[in-house]
Design a binder for this molecule. Structure first.
Ligand code: BOM
Length: 141
């Protein structure tokens, strides 16, 4: 659900500042991670892909090939309130997007395409959070 996704995003987003330098993601492109979900934010910058990869690695969500670690992602999402209602869907949506862009050799470029695909599909599935929902739970993490 969107409520659960707001918690996952709030927690995941805390890793952005740890990753900003190495990913070269400028605050002008994305200042706070939760703006990822804004209607007018375009998920297109290669540096955002690098940042998402770096952030994911902080929580062991990727395998050595920079693809999602299914079991760890499942457990990560499950660790949030009512996470069990979102975890399987989230893994399914991300994996479906990974399959569509598997031919892109550059990891950062591929991950940003996967993230953009995930944003579209999460909206379609009705599990994309409103930014206000994320802001309401930021202080919990
Ligand atoms: O193949 C690379 C897999 C990358 C997984 C992350 C994709 C989604 C990132 C963008 C949105 C994040 C929102 C919430 C936290 C996700 C863990």
């Amino acid at each position: 659900t969107a409520e659960v996704m707001s918690h996952v995003t709030a927690h995941f987003g805390k890793a952005l500042e740890q990753c900003r330098e190495e990913s070269q993601l400028s605050p002008e492109v994305l200042d706070e991670f939760h703006n990822f979900w804004r209607e007018d934010f375009e998920v297109v910058h290669r540096e955002l892909g690098c940042a998402i990869m770096c952030m994911s690695n902080k929580f062991s969500l990727l395998q050595d090939d920079a693809r999602m670690h299914h079991e760890n992602m499942h457990d990560y999402v499950k660790s949030f309130p009512q996470g069990d209602v979102l975890s399987a869907k989230m893994v399914e949506l991300i994996h479906n997007c990974e399959k569509q862009y598997d031919d892109i050799p550059d990891d950062c470029s591929r991950v940003v395409k996967v993230a953009a695909c995930f944003k579209v599909d999460a909206k379609k599935a009705g599990i994309a959070p409103e930014v206000a929902m994320i802001e309401a739970v930021l202080e919990k993490y």
